[in-house]
Structures are given as C-alpha cells and as structure tokens.
Design a protein around this ligand. Structure first.
Ligand code: RP5
Length: 163
C-alpha cells in the first residue's frame, strides 16, 4: 500500500463534497493520502489525538477543511509542527466568508497556509502539498510539471460561443 504523505481532515461529512477535490488532485499526482473526519467542535479529543500523532503516523503535510466557525486548521496547526493548509468550506449562511476569516487570520507564531473558499482552495491545497513534497522527490516534481503543462495545453487560444 502507498505511504500516506498527506492527511486530509475535515470538520464534517458535509465537507467531503469540497475536500474530495483535494483528494482527486492528490490521486492525479499519485500522492498517497488518508482522509478523515475530525471536528474541532464535535470531536475535540479526536482532533487532539490525530494532530499530536500526525507526524508519528508518517504524515508530512496536513490539509484541513472546515466551514463556519472553522477552528480545525488553526487548532491542528497549534498541535503539530507539520505544515497545515486550510481550506475554507463554503458555508450556507455566509457563503464561506465566515470560514475564510476563521482560518486566515492566525496570530503570529502558528501559521496556517490559507487557500481560497471552496473547490479552488481544495485543489490548490493539494497542489501546495505536492509542491512541498516535490522538494524532496524528483519523480513527483516531474509529475507536477507534467500536470501544469497539461493544464496549460488545455487552455484554448480563442474563446468560442458555446463552450
Ligand atoms: C463545520 O461545520 C464543518 O466543517 C462544516 O463545514 C460545518 C457544518 O457541519 P454540518 O452541520 O454539515 O455537519 O464544523
């Protein structure tokens, strides 16, 4: 079985519709990951146990997605030295503005690399994780280059009416 370099954690099952885009991007880059539901509010003991043990489990990067009063990425970052990338999930009440502000404005000393709200943030969190891991993995660096080249090749030079 492939080593899980990345942990994708999320506050709720309802976040998976967003966070699965991170998982799909990691899959496309052949990066092993483990996805878990870990709520800062509903399962604080699970969060503590996960974050304290994450490095020991062999994870190198954590992607944490949450919505609303989104404490998960910040609390995870407080409990582990691993890099944490936060994905603000688009909430129903405030369209993810609440999630974004809850995640982004960390006090100096405990960083969370905060991405965009929703799918774009989830995809980009995976790409950030890939870039970090690629620093020590030339084969992955090549796959990341190829992924970006393919993306560039898929952009048409001219717009069409009915795309
Ligand atoms: C947060 O509350 C979760 O990250 C989720 O985005 C939000 C709503 O959770 P559910 O009520 O859908 O479980 O903790």
């Amino acid at each position: 079985m492939k080593q899980s370099d990345v942990a994708i954690i999320m506050g709720s099952q309802s976040d998976w519709a967003t966070m699965r885009h991170a998982a799909e991007t990691l899959d496309a880059l052949e990066i092993g990951f483990d996805a878990r539901i870990v709520s800062a509010h509903r399962t604080p003991d699970r969060l503590y146990e996960f974050a304290k043990g994450a490095r020991g489990e062999g994870f190198k990067v954590i992607i944490a997605g949450a919505g609303g009063a989104a404490h998960l990425p910040g609390m995870a970052a407080a409990l582990t030295p691993l890099p944490v990338f936060g994905v603000p999930v688009q909430s129903k009440a405030l369209s993810g503005q609440d999630s974004l502000l809850s995640i982004v404005q960390m006090p100096a000393g405990i960083p969370v690399g905060t991405l965009a709200i929703g799918r774009a943030g989830a995809v980009n969190a995976a790409l950030m994780a890939a870039a970090v891991l690629a620093l020590n993995d030339e084969a992955l660096a090549d796959r990341l280059d190829a992924w970006r080249a393919k993306q560039a090749a898929n952009v048409a030079e001219k717009p069409v009416d009915d795309a």
